[in-house]
Ligand binder design. Sequence first.
Ligand code: PMP
Length: 284
Amino acid sequence: MNRIVYVNGEYLPEENAKISVFDRGFLFADGVYEVAAILQGQLIDNEQHMNRLRRSLKELNMPSPADDATIEAIQKELIRINHVDEGVVYLQVTRGAADRDFAFPENSAPSLVLFTQAKDIINLPAARTGITIVTTEDIRWGRRDIKTVALLAASMAKMFAIRSGADDAWLVDRNGYITEGCSSNAYIVTQDGTIITRQLSNEILHGITRNAVLQLADKEGLRFVEQPFTVEDACQAQEAFVTAAGIFVLPVITINNKVLGNGTPGPISTRLRSIYIDMALKQV
Ligand code: PMP
């Protein structure tokens, strides 16, 4: 692939882009990231992604590599040089390189890496078919509200889903309640049409798409509550869906092999996907 990526001040062909083996992102997963969607070459909800990046950095007492305007200029330049019409731009900040020590280094220069990934979001085939979900134990750490690059537990959950023949996994806390998907927020719609998604806390990532979708749901007059729901609640649901920046809204058609509704994308999930796309297209 002859993609150009950004690494610490330079735009380079991806095969020439290098980071130190002492980078704390590599040694300690001491880094945070953001993924913003691109539609028609334009960033979607990027201000909210920047705000969340600032919060992640602050919570970890990590120095910032650049201000928002500089980071956004890099995002736009990568979209331009790589001719990305639709897809995502990934950005990662780490605490930088320092001799290996658990204590944070005093004066390390943070690393900043960005790259683009071209992909269909509006015409994702999974949006038409819906996706299948299996549940698995949430073994992640206690600060899931910080978007860190420590994604091994999420990656293991994804592999569990794939080995189970499902598309994705929902994670279950020790009380039997679903927290979120391994890379998305999770929602069910009850038989009486109420959307349920877990409330914001340290237990889940505060999804930018989640925030936008709940606002849109409110405007549409759809009923929603932010509270925990169990695996059993999910299996009894009329429909379900997930949200994330790189997929928008995706309907769920089975949970642990239990078919929801009539086994096709439900009307509320489909409606929310459609109004989310309308909202996003207004930004381009
Ligand atoms: N939860 C987790 C664990 C995630 O990894 C993601 C996507 N990175 C989300 C939720 C969705 O967040 P957003 O809508 O900001 O992409």
